[in-house]
Ligand binder design. Structure first.
Ligand code: AMP
Ligand code: GLY
Length: 423
């Protein structure tokens, strides 16, 4: 098969690596790709939102399957554009990707179908939101309705902060039209777990669990980022939690979407919080997580292209997903100053150390190939993943491998996976 992967981050590198191992994959393309993905795929310079350009490329090159990495094209309906041209695509259509694209939609869905989540209210005007805040207990969580690069969630500890937050989202429109509506949500505490699941419209099969680290600094301090590291499996995701989620969350969400006429085919990502009052859904995403994919996919035993095909063809009930009985940890190497201000263009050394080493991966995110070698080209530069027989060994391996790579202004958190010591 000729397969096209759409995206350019560490997640897409992990997908490309996994697809490259499939016995069904003959030729691999990636749009736009990055310096690491080039190792397995021909990278073509077409942007992820250029649906006509991508579809024209798929038609011209007779691509058999296109796999979408990021949320933006899915929420904007890339799958519908491809399907209208009879091009095979892995990813939900626009009417199902709304589960990530609108937080108001996902909250209403959960309420209607009794899927456990935080209590909430939805507002279309700042005045109504201000009035509601006057009777709230703090902290509260404010969420811009639409996509906001993972930044549209504000945790507010006082009425003053919350009013300023409403202004930021709904009046100043810091996140653009994503802030036309606002969800005000009850603040919950507990451990977070990410579970990604393959879906074929009817059936859903969850993968092994993972946890990411969103904050920039050790001890979960600093600003929210696109993710500074991850580990899999989560020791907090016990068989009891799994049984609860299978009973009340995963299949229930699939059935709810079906009942709404929004059959979900693709990856459904459950952001869960294990609270004292049980497991609740924090958010849904309609795609693989980044950096969750970088720790989950290296542990997967199945041929991923077979699983993609089963999802598209509605035959997921014939698939048995299998994961190695091991663990993986991913440490993100970022540019000092990320996520605010950072410099780019520094030469990266040490990537050759990963060649032919089983269980060690340097997934590229913000990198660029130049005549003199690979240089830094973004805030998150590389995701260094290592496996091990258990989480502690995987963590030791990941930090060892993170030390093989050097570049000016290299920054990483030193406590990725530290939580496992508390398990
Ligand atoms: P979301 O994009 O909805 O997952 O929110 C981003 C992050 O904000 C989550 O990963 C949590 O760390 C935090 N968060 C979201 N909703 C809540 C909530 N109701 N209570 C506490 N923290 C939350
Ligand atoms: N790691 C969280 C996300 O991909 O949205």
């Amino acid at each position: 098969m000729k397969i096209l992967i759409v995206g350019s981050g560490g997640r897409e590198h992990a997908i490309a690596h996994k697809v490259s191992q499939s016995k069904l994959a003959d030729q691999l393309y990636c749009a736009p790709g990055n310096a690491g993905i080039e190792e397995y795929a021909t990278c073509v310079d077409i942007g992820v939102m250029d649906f006509d350009g991508l579809a024209a490329f798929a038609e011209r090159e007779k691509i058999d399957l296109t796999v979408i990495g990021p949320d933006d094209p899915l929420v904007a309906g890339i799958a519908d554009v491809f399907e209208a041209k009879n091009l095979r695509i892995f990813g939900p259509g626009k009417n199902a990707a709304i589960i990530e694209g609108s937080k108001a939609f996902s909250k209403e869905l959960m309420k209607k179908y009794n899927i456990p989540t935080a209590a909430y209210e939805i507002f279309d005007s700042p005045q109504a939101a201000y009035a509601y805040l006057d009777i709230c207990k703090f902290p509260v969580v404010l969420k811009a309705d639409g996509l906001a690069l993972g930044k549209g969630v504000l945790i507010c500890n006082s009425l003053e902060e919350a009013k300023a937050g409403v202004k930021t989202i709904m009046v100043d429109k810091q996140f653009g039209a994503a802030g036309d509506r606002l969800v005000v949500e009850e603040f919950m505490t507990g451990r977070e777990v990410s579970v990604l699941a393959f879906c074929d419209g009817t059936n859903i099969i969850p993968m092994t669990s993972a946890q990411d680290h969103k904050r920039a600094k050790d001890g979960d301090k600093g600003l929210n980022t696109g993710g500074m590291g991850a580990f899999s499996p989560s020791p907090f995701y016990t068989p009891e939690v799994d049984a609860f989620c299978k009973r009340y969350i995963y299949q229930a969400t699939m059935e709810a979407m079906k009942a709404e006429g929004r059959d979900f085919k693709g990856i459904l990502f459950f952001g869960l919080m294990l609270t004292q009052n049980g497991t609740k859904v924090l958010e849904y995403n309609a795609r693989f997580g980044d950096p969750e994919a970088q720790v989950v996919l290296p542990r997967m035993k199945n041929d991923i292209v077979e699983v993609f095909n089963a999802c598209i063809d509605g035959k997921l009930d014939r698939v048995k997903l299998e994961f190695e009985d091991n663990a993986a940890v991913c440490v993100i190497l970022a540019s000092e100053g990320y996520p605010v201000h950072y410099e780019k263009g520094f030469s990266i050394k040490g990537l050759e150390s990963f060649k032919d080493k089983d269980g060690f991966y340097a997934f590229h995110a913000g990198t660029r190939k130049t005549e003199t070698g690979i240089v830094t080209n973004g805030g998150r530069v590389l995701g260094i993943t290592a496996t091990g027989k258990d989480l502690r060994e995987a963590r030791r391996n990941a930090y060892m491998a993170a030390g093989w790579v050097t570049f000016e202004n290299k920054y990483m958190r030193n406590d990725i996976g530290k939580a496992i010591d508390e398990a």
